[in-house]
Design a protein around this ligand. Structure first.
Ligand SMILES: [Zn+2]
Length: 232
């Protein structure tokens, strides 16, 4: 879940280029060159763009214990909301489906959002597509039922910020008051609810510290650690 437009609401909970694409006559989601991934749009440019994002990110994700083993479909909508407000993107675990704003709707939402302006529009769209795809992989990979959304968002945001260009990431880091070292307690569900950009940057900073990285991601997916405020 990528919430963050307008007010921050309490959400204590969200490589190679495609060989080729083709249009399905029956309107079914179109396959990417990457096995198991389908993108439901008749816009060939958009289809190729999403397939490329997935293909480019897969080696990094695979190296971080995030394996693509089951089908994922990526769809688009002009309006995305969940119980907590407007979203840039969503992952529906029940349908194994990523839902993204259409580029036009995304541009409008991006313009309205003050908090993510450090990221240029096109790069932001691509990063959100990756963020939601990461949720799909966590859903396929995690061995424990995930009851703490902050755990999952840490992984999605760490990969999202990692995917940004160095220049954009630097701008975002300047825009958010955070500097390492980041204590685990700082990255909690309350911060996620009230200040998603801060949660995102702190997650990436924590992820980037020696000894954390993909090992920490694996621990979150195994349930060995949690960002829940009151672990039992
Ligand atoms: Zn999310």
């Amino acid at each position: 879940m990528t919430s963050g437009m307008g007010k921050f609401l309490l959400v204590a909970l969200v490589a190679m280029s495609c060989a080729f694409t083709f249009l399905a006559a029956n309107g079914a989601p179109l396959a990417c060159g990457t096995p198991l991934v389908r993108v439901d749009t008749e816009d060939r440019t958009l289809h190729a763009r999403i397939c490329e994002i997935v293909a480019s990110a897969l080696p990094m994700l695979d190296g971080c214990h995030l394996k693509l083993t089951k089908p994922v479909t990526i769809t688009f909508s002009d309006n995305l909301e969940n119980a907590h407000g407007s979203c840039f993107g969503l992952f529906h675990p029940d349908r194994k489906q990523v839902e993204l704003l259409t580029p036009r709707a995304f541009a409008q939402a991006h313009d309205k959002s003050e908090s993510w302006h450090a990221i240029p529009l096109a790069e932001h769209f691509d990063a959100i597509a990756l963020h939601e795809f990461v949720h799909a992989l966590v859903d396929q990979t995690a061995v424990v039922e995930r009851s703490c959304t902050a755990d999952e968002e840490y992984i999605a945001y760490a990969m999202q910020i990692e995917s940004l260009s160095d220049a954009t990431r630097s701008r975002l880091l300047k825009a958010v008051d955070a500097s390492p070292p980041i204590a685990m307690e700082e990255i909690n569900p309350l911060l996620l609810g009230f200040a998603p950009p801060s949660f995102a940057v702190k997650s990436w900073l924590h992820f980037s510290e020696p000894g954390n990285g993909c090992d920490f991601v694996q621990k979150l997916m195994r349930g060995d650690v949690t960002l829940w405020l009151y672990p039992e």
